[in-house]
Design a binder for this molecule. Structure first.
Ligand SMILES: [Zn+2]
Length: 210
């Protein structure tokens, strides 16, 4: 099997996210890029996560042509490919419709830095403007928003997170959902104020080990 280890990583990230409630049904998609060949391993379209195995993960090139795999790649593959083309540093992508973060995306509201964990993602989680699902325009909108954070919200749609690996991207997607949930709870109790910008910048440097 071509890129067996990468396909295992993509499958494990998707199944783990499903089991932890980050996605429901067949929503969401995951991918990873092989640094040697530049090929991308991506989750298939419309397959139940309970049944997903590494063999179901599709290997494509950066033009979206299937190199190996018997299934149709995710319908959001164009978004993944645009991000990989424009961001050589990205090795993995996680896309979810996790409910608390997506509720903010519905309102086209960013997730502000109300928690210290935000510094692991950026200084805020911005919202990328709406683009038609399944088109490269989703990727273009995401790339612009991802210039300032490791994750962004897709207006009226969901969350996209990037990382050096698919595990890192998945961890960030989970962190964004957790922060959105806590922000929602805090907003029931009062008016959560953002952490001041200079404190956020210090936290970001601290978490990056600088
Ligand atoms: Zn989606």
């Amino acid at each position: 099997m071509l890129l067996a280890s990468l396909r295992e990583q993509v499958c494990a990230a998707a199944v783990r996210s499903y089991r932890s409630g980050l996605v429901r049904g067949t929503s969401g998609n995951w991918s990873a890029r092989d640094p040697l060949t530049g090929l991308v391993a991506v989750t298939p379209s419309g397959l139940a996560y309970e049944k997903m195995t590494p063999e179901d993960i599709v290997v494509v090139n950066l033009d979206g042509e299937v190199v190996e795999g018997g299934r149709r790649p995710s319908s959001e593959l164009p978004m993944h490919l645009v991000i990989y083309r424009r961001r050589p540093d990205v090795g993995g992508i996680a896309h979810t419709h996790s409910p608390y973060a997506t509720a903010l995306a519905v309102l086209e509201r960013e997730l502000p830095p109300v928690l210290i964990e935000m510094a692991l993602v950026g200084t805020r989680v911005p919202v990328a403007p709406f683009a038609m699902p399944g088109t490269p325009e989703v990727g273009e909108a995401a790339v612009a928003a991802l210039a300032e954070a490791q994750a962004c919200l897709l207006a009226r749609h969901g969350v996209v997170a990037v990382g050096r690996t698919v595990e890192e991207a998945t961890l960030t997607a989970a962190r964004v959902e957790e922060m959105a949930q806590i922000y929602h709870l805090a907003a029931q109790l009062g008016s959560p104020e953002p952490i001041p910008a200079e404190v956020m910048e210090t936290l970001v440097r601290k978490y990056r080990g600088q």
